[in-house]
Ligand binder design. Structure first.
Ligand code: SF4
Ligand code: MG
Length: 283
């Protein structure tokens, strides 16, 4: 949420939010597309760059703050939500963003993530999910699928992956969304909704890692935007639907169930997916 943050006089273009640092991700990394989308969106906040801070943890995506001409902290593995909590609490004049990955957020920092969401700190958390540890060269992560063969799991992972959306809902997050690196329009729309929300916004971004997990989201990428339009909750009620106006996710606090509402053709692509939860989101 941006209430209380002084506006006016901020950069007008994405280029003005680019830093002088050389971007050092692998060629073709999905992180480039997310960076462009964020830089393109930031002028819409209408804030001065000194009123915006990006806090990251450790991992490929956590290089993000170097590439933005805002304040930034490349912090401690898994601890970005904790550091961002301190900043957001002490400095309500800051728009505070967290950039993290599936390993950083869900393994090393799982505890910090859930408590930031539980406390509903005024943060926008961008969780880059490439379902792999990229920086350390391709070990399976908390979102890797069961059976994933990597150097650290040569016989295939025996773990059941986290679904970050389910996890966020379990922590009573008040804004939960999923989007994808390859769909700039949808990504930008989700960024706008997430930034406007007062409280913690958790945005999972499916992000391709062409080096260690190429094509993980190809099946999703080719679907219509509406199939992965995911959207927000506010204290158990859907506050808005997806950019297409058709999708929403609701938690009924009376019964504790979570469900998709107002969806014309719900299939396995909707919301609580990549596991069996789609059929029965309450389990
Ligand atoms: Fe991107 Fe993967 Fe390279 Fe990391 S290892 S920079 S996630 S392509
Ligand atoms: Mg990762």
């Amino acid at each position: 949420g941006l209430a209380g943050i002084p506006t006016a006089g901020g950069p007008q273009t994405g280029k003005e939010f680019s830093s002088d640092q050389e971007v050092r991700w692998c060629p073709g990394c999905g992180d480039y597309a997310v960076l462009k989308a964020v830089q393109g969106f930031l002028p819409d906040l209408g804030l001065r760059r000194e009123n915006i801070t990006f806090v990251s943890g450790i991992g490929c995506s956590s290089r993000f703050p170097y590439y933005l001409d805002t304040y930034g902290l490349h912090s401690i593995h898994g601890r970005a939500p904790a550091i961002a909590t301190g900043l957001a609490t002490a400095r309500p004049d800051q728009s505070v963003w967290v950039v993290t990955g599936d390993g950083d957020a869900l393994s090393i920092g799982g505890n910090h993530l859930i408590h930031a969401m539980r406390r509903n700190v005024n943060l926008t958390i961008l969780l880059f999910n490439n379902r792999i540890y990229g920086l350390t060269k391709g070990q399976y992560s908390p979102t890797s699928e069961t059976g994933k063969v990597t150097k650290s799991t040569p016989l295939g992972s025996i773990d059941t992956p986290f679904n970050p959306i389910s996890l966020a809902l379990g922590a009573e997050a008040t804004f939960v969304a999923r989007t994808i690196d390859s769909d700039r329009k949808h990504l930008t729309a989700v960024l706008a909704e997430a930034a406007a929300h007062r409280g913690t916004s958790l945005v999972e971004i499916y992000q391709n890692c062409p080096i260690f997990n190429d094509g993980a989201f190809d099946a999703i990428k080719d679907r219509d935007t509406k199939d992965h339009a995911v959207i927000p909750l506010e204290h158990g009620r859907p506050v808005r639907f997806g950019p297409d106006g058709e999708h929403g996710l609701v938690r009924d606090h009376a019964t504790g169930t979570i469900g998709v509402v107002e969806v014309a053709d719900v299939d396995e692509t909707t919301l609580l997916t990549h596991d069996a939860h789609a059929e029965d989101p309450s389990t």
